[in-house]
Design a protein around this ligand. Sequence first.
Ligand code: SAH
Ligand code: SF4
Length: 407
Amino acid sequence: MANLSLLKRRTGDTAVTPAVTAMPAPEGAQLIGATRDELAAHCAAAGIPSHQIKMRVAQLWHWLYVRGASSFDEMTNIAAPARTALSGTLPIGSAEMVEEQISTDGTRKWLIRLPARGAGRPVEVETVYIPEENRGTLCVSSQVGCTLACTFCHTGTQRMVRNLTAGEIVEQVVFARRRLGDFAKPGEAEGDVAGPATGRMISNVVLMGMGEPLYNYDNVKAAMAIVSDGEGLSLSRRRITLSTSGVVPTIHRVGAEMNVLLAISLHAVRDETRDELVPLNKKYPIAQLMDACRNYPGLSNARRITFEYVMLKGINDSPAEARELVALIRGIPAKINLIPFNPWPGSPYECSDWDTIEEFADIVNRAGYASPVRTPRGQDIFAACGQLRSASQKVSAREQRAALAAE
Ligand code: SAH
Ligand code: SF4
């Protein structure tokens, strides 16, 4: 007769006793976004026997990031008692869709609600999917609001509310893949999903949504480690671009520790203009920013820096400035992304005329730099660059106390 305990172990049907000494999970903890070590700790806290933990972690990773499971019921190769125990410990994720908008050009924008942290209120962030012929790009937010208040940016008019956790950043990718049907279905090999070049609808991720990613560095780094993990979401680090408005002291770490592509929101070639457009320039002026770019680890022709340059009528769009731009970036493997200004209600600028943009692009192009003009995408649903803003507001300490007292 087969040894019953062995049989039970093989089928994974072992009884699970939640660990009596388990510490309560920290606020914001969830399975999506946890490292393998954290998942192992959650399994232990749920009472999963130690000899099973490695296997359970691998199974969870697969369900979360290869299959996109949104419920424990789907995780059919995890024994029912283990699933029950795990579901009692932590949620899979926390994002709730508030709204989905689909542009006439196929761009999709999701407004996603995330839970309150501390004494704050629930918050909302926007995530945008931009399909193109040979790729699909997901534009991910790193903060709710932004501290930096660039004068041409709609997000900048929203006060900083809070940083997103690593889990909340990863969850935007998981959420979008689920909505797009971009996860492998049961019985389907991973490469079978229809879509652009990589076989996936989402082939690229850009940290160009709401917020300044380098002011939430640790969470962004942890999130990108998961997004690029080869046993899960598997996005190559060469298909992940982090855009910064120029937080000079942290730029080197992006290359050395995260090894993703870098985009710099340059927008002006003279300090007096950039001071006005990107107030962070007063702290880290253009010369320092250029030094950081020249020293960016892994910089080569295959791994060029993208300089983003928003075209603002009469502000930064003269032929002389185009020539200064070329001189400024000389020696840096780069491409210049010219972004026609996307207006928002009350915005104090106008977009440059088309002829001006073309002339600017020609000068940069003749100097040997690719200078694509970024076609505005999803303008009809307010999803284009710089148009993102959610209604989440920072709550003052007084308002927080009042809300708590009312509860
Ligand atoms: N905070 C980071 C990441 C946001 S990326 C950064 O600033 O780089 C969003 C990109 O869109 C940035 O290059 C930003 O400068 C640009 N942008 C902001 N407002 C815009 C607008 N109204 N029109 C066009 N581009 C804009
Ligand atoms: Fe913040 Fe970037 Fe907008 Fe500037 S452009 S306010 S850094 S999100």
